[in-house]
Structures are given as C-alpha cells and as structure tokens.
Design a protein around this ligand. Structure first.
Ligand code: MLT
Length: 393
C-alpha cells in the first residue's frame, strides 16, 4: 500500500484550534486547573426555544432522512427575512441563499468552486485559518494581505502586486475581525467593491461576529453596499449569535451564480443539514432575539474586566468594539508561541498565540471571552503572581 499523503495535505498546517484543544487536554490530564481563553466557543447555552424546536422536530420520524438539496425553503426564507430586518438587504431565498454545515464548511469548500491550480486567494493575515487552508486544499496559492495596527487592521489593497492580481480570483475579508477585533465601515466596503470590479475578483465576507458588538456599535454588512451582490458573497453563522457552535449551521448569501457554484460542490460532498437542526435554525431566526443584547452585555462586562486587568499589569490592549476576543500585544520581547507556552506552564492559562493566525499576528495574543468573569479575575491574579516581576519564559 502506498500511503504517502498528498502534497496538498502535506502543505496544510495542523488546525490551530485542534492543537490548542490537545494542549488543553494534556494539561487537564495532569489535573491542572486551566483557565481557558483559547477557542472562541460560547459558554452560554442556546435559548431554550431553539432546543425545544430541535426536540420537537427530532420526534418526527420523517425528519431523519437525507436533507438533500439547498435546505428547506422555509429556512432560506427565514434567513432572507433576518437579513432584511437586520440590514435592509433583500435576498431571494430561491437562489441567493444557501444553508451551510456551519460557515466554516462553506468558507473552506468555496475555493473548490473557483480556483484552478496556481490561482491566488487574497487572504488577510492574521486570519481565521480556513481562508488559507481551503485555498491550499483547492490547489490555490495564498497571497497575504497584512492587517497592521497602523492601518486599523484593514488591508492596504493598493499594495497587491499586478502579477498577483492577474492570477487572483478570491479575496477574503472578515469584519468584525477575528482575531484582531477590528471593524470596517461603509467606505472600506466601497473601496473593496471597486477593487474587486477592477480586478475581476470575488469578495468573500465572513460576517460571523456581526451581532457581537458593544458600546452601541452596530456592524455594517458588505451586502448593504451598492454593487456588492455583483461581486461577492457573505457568510453567516448561527454559532456565535445563538450559541450554537456544535450544531453546525450557517449560510452564505449574495450573488446567485456564486451561490449556485458552491451548491454544486456541496451536493457532491455532503447530504445537507440534519432536518431537525434546520427546524432549530428556523426557530432561532424567527423567535425572540432579546438574548442577543443580554449576551453582548455579558461579553462587554468580561471584556472590561480583562482589558482593565491586563492594562493594570502593563499590557498594551485596546477595548474592542466587537467580537468576543481581546487582541493584546505580548508584554515582552518574546515570541507569541513561547509566551503562550509560558502562560500555560507557569499560570495554567490557555490563550491563542497571534502567530497561529499568520505571521503578521506575531507579537500579539488572542484571548476569547467565552468564560465567566470570575475566571477572568482569577487569570489576572495568576498573571500578577507569576509575572509580577517581569515577563520571562
Ligand atoms: C475561533 O476561536 O477563532 C473560532 O471559534 C473558531 C471557529 O469559529 O471555528
């Protein structure tokens, strides 16, 4: 048997959050009391009416068969209505919306529909890993768009070389941004749409954190900008808005030709979303939405505790307007991976090293606010205790 793995898999880095999970499990085996700021996986449950909808639908024997096709039309209508209510964007549920097994799935599969070997995806760096890995799996090449603090973590589109643009097909953007927490306004999207038109690119906007915003800030959807539908798609997820990460349900919407190309890829790979989960998604989108505000207030309070705590220890950290992350500069001249290791070893604290999101993430650490305030206070105490006299690994 020739079990040599394919080059495309060899080129793929290990999945960042799986690595973090493994490190955490190892530490847990040693019975360490770990404070986990690693993966952005909400600690609150989904609202109860969503769980009830799943249960009701699961009791119907008819709901256990393949869910072939583009998902229930009722669900796609609910997705369209949600976009209309929230962003005043009109979408045709018949052909401009496609439910996904979580937005990660669609993001990672999309390059299979558009990239030929050697084509480029323009990908922000640091970024959510599937933009890069989906490109690599499709035989494409990644061109990094540095997200720098001095540019408010927006890519400088003018710096992409002509030779790359000639072979580029996709550009991924993600605001509110994971991991930097930056946000984008209408002017950025206008510039992006012009850039895409001029260079014949498909814009892929990952909008998973649209609802996790603070201090009165409301996120702008790429699809709100004139011309967006001619050049791209937006990915949305129920994971963060409704605390449904494990359920695997999200959607993509926008240009109908692009939606249909991804649907063709998916029809050859998966067999749809388990029908009771589609009913639960429907309940989430159509049901009461008050929990979103409450949830944001919880994250806001945690954000303040962490930002104030880190600042009191001399860290440089900005108060984010959105997402449930805090993006902090490493407080010493030490590589972010070494610092993350040191935090785990000395203080029992798991954080994601910025370099895990790309080379321009070096020098930063990402804290996920998906743990309760008491644990955050405890983390600050541990940091003070372990590093009070300076930061040494
Ligand atoms: C993260 O920690 O960046 C996210 O939770 C990962 C994801 O959404 O898949």
């Amino acid at each position: 048997m020739n079990s040599n793995i394919a080059r495309r898999l060899k080129n793929l880095p290990p999945y960042l959050f799986l690595e973090i999970e493994r490190t955490k499990r190892k530490a847990a085996k040693l019975k360490r009391n770990i404070i986990d700021f690693g993966v952005g996986d909400p600690d609150q449950p989904p609202p109860f009416h969503i769980i009830e909808a799943l249960y009701r639908a699961a009791k119907d024997p008819l709901n256990h068969r393949y869910a072939l096709g583009e998902g229930m039309l009722r669900l796609r209508r609910a997705m369209a209505d949600w976009y209309k209510r929230r962003f005043r964007v009109s979408l045709n549920p018949e052909n401009e919306i496609l439910p996904l097994l979580g937005s990660k799935e669609g993001i990672a599969h999309l390059p299979l529909a558009f990239l030929n070997p050697g084509d480029y995806s323009l990908v922000s760096d640091p970024c959510y890993p599937p933009y890069k890995t989906g490109t690599i799996l499709a035989g494409g090449r990644v061109y990094s768009l540095p997200l720098l603090e001095k540019n408010d973590y927006l890519p400088d589109l003018k710096k992409v070389p002509r030779r790359v643009l000639k072979k580029a097909k996709l550009i991924y953007v993600n605001y509110p941004n994971n991991p930097t927490t930056a946000v984008a306004d209408k002017n950025f999207y206008k510039e992006l749409i012009e850039f895409a038109k001029k260079n014949n690119l498909i814009v892929l906007s990952d909008f998973a954190y649209s609802e996790i915003t603070f201090d009165g800030y409301r996120a702008t959807s790429f699809l709100q900008i004139e011309g967006a539908k001619n050049v791209g798609l937006e990915f949305h997820s129920l994971s963060k808005t409704y605390n449904m990460t494990g359920w695997r349900i999200g959607w993509v919407c926008g240009n109908k030709n692009l939606v249909s190309a991804l649907a063709k890829v998916k029809s050859n790979i998966d067999s749809g979303i388990f029908i009771p989960i589609q009913f639960a998604g429907l309940a989430a989108l159509e049901g009461p939405q008050q929990h979103i505000q409450k949830m944001c207030r919880i994250y806001e309070k945690r954000r303040d505790i962490l930002v104030e705590g880190l600042t009191s220890l001399g860290w440089q950290v900005k108060r984010p307007k959105a997402t449930f992350y805090v993006w902090a500069k490493t407080p010493a001249k030490i590589k972010s991976l070494d610092f993350a290791r040191s935090l785990l070893k000395k203080a029992g604290i798991v954080v994601t090293p910025g370099v895990g999101f790309g080379k321009y993430g070096e020098g930063y650490m990402r804290f996920a606010l998906t743990l309760d305030s008491e644990r955050i206070r405890e983390a600050i105490k541990r940091l003070r205790r372990c590093y009070g006299n300076g930061f040494r690994s």
